[in-house]
Design a protein around this ligand. Structure first.
Ligand SMILES: [Zn+2]
Length: 323
């Protein structure tokens, strides 16, 4: 399949056709899969939330596997009520530790939800190519169609030079599509510099500019006229073992009634790569999101499961912080 253009009734390529007479899914019955990746805080969950909203409008059936490095399962609360087309895998990465779980989950989702397409939202430290390799072996390869790695990049973090480690480079160089997100947070004249930086790491993938991850599903599968994506599936080898020991995750307990000023001071001192979770401050229930030095605290309209409140996932380089 050269290009799985998504969206609308003519968008997804007949993903739900019945199997042929031999019981095998025909090529047109294959289900496209987008692996949404990108460094911690780049906007992956925001993109998936937009795609789900778009799918609700177009009537396209989209299934999601969401993967968090931490143990709490915050994304599930952020991505609205879970139903039969949503599964969250926590406490590791689907590129390595949870790769068998990913395969089993994709198989179950396909059998249970019969989706038109599937999005795998990886953790912020996952390696997208290694995730894709899991799609290229049975049983997923028996029914999956075109697959792409969509890698989001936080323009502000790029401007500040803080994301530029080996994992970031690995993610960008694996991209079939790069989304330079949060372009509103950097001066417009700097965007060409950041685009050139990405281009030096990944020469071929198209680069889209985005704010608040505003990318339509139609754009996620770039044309592939030479069939390179199909060819790499056939040539796939087994993924090499790797780990993510250069990052650590811990849960910070925050008692109800905390003062935001005190809490934010404490969080800034941690120097974390990523902070995420729900807290009950003196002003009510809030979602705290920290990416590098940027810390945001916004009121929450719908309460998450009670066990998530008062707990922040903190991801850092190196061993866990002592606080
Ligand atoms: Zn991994």
């Amino acid at each position: 399949m050269a290009c799985a253009k998504l969206g609308g009734s003519e968008g997804i390529p007949h993903a739900n056709l019945e199997p042929d007479d031999c019981g095998k899914p025909t090529l047109s019955a294959r289900i496209p899969i987008a692996v949404v990746s990108g460094f911690l805080g780049a906007g992956k969950t925001t993109l998936v939330r937009r795609l789900l909203e778009e799918a609700r409008h177009t009537g396209v059936k989209m299934a999601v596997v969401s993967n968090e490095f931490g143990e709490l399962g915050i994304d599930q609360a952020l991505l609205a009520s879970p139903d039969d087309n949503y599964v969250e895998l926590d406490g590791g990465c689907v590129c390595c530790r949870l790769s068998d779980d990913l395969i089993a989950t994709l198989q179950q989702l396909r059998d249970r939800a019969r989706p038109d397409w599937i999005v795998v939202e990886t953790s912020g430290v996952a390696l997208p190519y290694e995730v894709q390799m899991n799609l290229w072996r049975p049983p997923v390869s028996d029914w999956s169609g075109d697959d792409v790695a969509v890698v989001l990049v936080d323009a502000e973090q790029l401007e500040q030079g803080v994301d530029r480690d080996a994992t970031f480079g690995h993610q960008v160089s694996s991209a079939d599509l790069l989304v330079l997100n949060k372009t509103d947070l950097v001066p417009a004249e700097r965007l060409a510099v950041h685009e050139a930086t990405l281009r030096s790491i990944e020469p071929d993938a198209p680069i889209l500019y985005a704010q608040h991850a505003d990318v339509s599903a139609d754009l996620l599968f770039p044309p592939d006229p030479e069939g390179l994506r199909a060819r790499r599936r056939e040539e796939a080898r087994a993924p090499a073992p790797h780990s993510h020991t250069e990052y650590s995750t811990e849960v910070l307990e925050v008692p109800a009634g905390a003062e935001w000023e005190d809490l934010s001071t404490r969080l800034v001192q941690l120097g974390a790569l990523r902070v995420k979770g729900f807290v009950e401050t003196r002003d009510g229930l809030h979602l705290v999101q920290g990416v590098g030095a940027r810390l945001e605290c916004n009121p929450v309209e719908e309460a998450p499961p009670p066990q998530l409140v008062g707990r922040l996932v903190v991801i850092q380089r190196g061993s866990p912080a002592r606080s």
